[in-house]
Design a protein around this ligand. Structure first.
Ligand SMILES: [Zn+2]
Length: 382
């Protein structure tokens, strides 16, 4: 089995990466198949960072990515001596971090033929960080390979993407995701529901398939707009949604923060509540990072909820067009509710609501205040 087999529905990308690995191992300079900087783009959940890590593993594995050896297993986790995985849970990657990274990247490989750096969220590089990175990519070390990941090409500075080979992952088909979930022992009906509801987002599909509570929460969110009758209920709806987002983020954050903070304190040799000076600073920085992550988690949750709600209106619109049946619906489990809404409203209103949701997503991504933004949207969903 190869490391690339974990990628779902990405045959073209896999073929390109495999030829690159062959060229890299043969040190064929004439072949154009291998290059030192790559950009993996694709919608969230399509597996762009998995693809990058699989490529990294196959470059450091003596067997071109056997998926079995220590090189492969550690590389896939970003724990290999010659594979560095940069991911941020905060809102941005700063220049200091990139400068240190560039220094480390220039070292000779420790055990493998290449040093591979995977930057999971290249879209979160600050402009100065991106410019620093650009210099490194322009003058690459002979044995260093840069793998950047971002949702779309336009999320990365033009100067960077003009110097990388760009690979576009596609959204895995629903059929492929259903198959994947069934291989993981999920019941066919649940696999179908999870795959449809998550529209090719593999992580989300897995999560839904394995969590009955998450499936219930999703249905509750989808039904929210049905409860809006006037301005007051629209505001109530907005409050419910934002509260749910905050609760979810808090619960998740609490779990992770405690683990991280105690690990850090332990590393600094804390006794009781006394922390050595440098340790106090490190703890403070970690707390700042954790706060920024929590803000991002609230936004991510809201964005997902809005996408779910948008699929509800998308389905309504399909039914209103009169040419589609239950089969083409994302939320086929809500066929009855959708039929009623489709019968009671006009297609142009549905379209207007869809546009309102999409505009709200854009506003949220530009850091608009969540509650105000969602309130304005809910009023339009009346
Ligand atoms: Zn291997």
């Amino acid at each position: 089995m190869s490391v690339f087999e974990s990628l779902v529905d990405q045959e073209e990308t896999i073929a390109i990466l495999k030829s690159a690995v062959v060229a890299a191992k043969q040190n064929e300079d004439e072949s154009q198949d291998m290059t030192h900087a790559w950009l993996f783009t694709g919608p969230p959940g399509s597996g762009r960072s998995n693809a990058a890590l699989a490529f990294a593993a196959s470059l450091v594995c003596k067997d071109s990515g056997c998926n079995n050896c220590v090189d492969c297993t550690t590389a896939l986790k970003g724990a290999h001596a010659d594979v560095e995985l940069i991911k941020t849970e905060g809102l941005s990657i700063k220049i200091d971090e990139i400068r240190e990274l560039i220094t480390r990247a220039s070292w000779t490989p420790a055990v493998a033929e290449y040093r591979v750096v995977v930057i999971e969220d290249a879209d979160r590089l600050t402009e100065s960080a991106a410019n620093a990175l650009l210099k490194a990519i322009e003058e690459p070390g002979l044995r260093t390979v840069w793998l950047l990941c971002a949702p779309t090409l336009s999320d990365v500075l033009p100067t960077i993407r003009s110097r990388t080979r760009n690979l576009i992952l596609r959204t895995p088909s629903i059929k492929a995701v259903v198959q994947l979930l069934q291989n993981e022992q999920i019941q066919p009906a649940t696999a179908e529901l999870a795959a449809r509801a998550s529209q090719g987002h593999i992580g989300r599909a897995r999560f839904l398939a394995n969590n009955p509570e998450a499936r219930t929460r999703r249905t509750d969110i989808l039904k929210l707009p049905l409860t809006i009758t006037d301005i007051a209920s629209a505001f109530k709806c907005a409050q419910l949604l934002v509260d749910a987002a905050k609760r979810e983020a808090e619960a998740e954050a609490e779990k992770r923060n405690d683990v991280e903070t105690s690990a850090l304190k332990e590393a600094w040799g804390q006794q009781g509540s006394r922390v050595v000076q440098g340790g106090a600073k490190a703890v403070k920085e970690l707390e700042k990072e954790q706060k920024s992550r929590q803000t991002r988690m609230v936004r991510d949750y809201l964005d997902r909820a809005l996408l779910d709600i948008a699929t509800f209106y998308r389905d309504t619109l399909l039914l209103q067009s009169g040419t589609h049946g239950q089969d083409s619906l994302i939320n086929s489990d809500m066929f009855r509710e959708l039929q009623i809404i489709a019968g009671n409203t006009k297609a142009e209103d549905t379209l207007r609501k869809l546009e309102a949701i999409m505009k709200t997503r854009t506003n949220l991504s530009h850091n608009a205040a969540p509650l105000l933004t969602i309130e304005a949207m809910m009023v339009q969903l009346r």
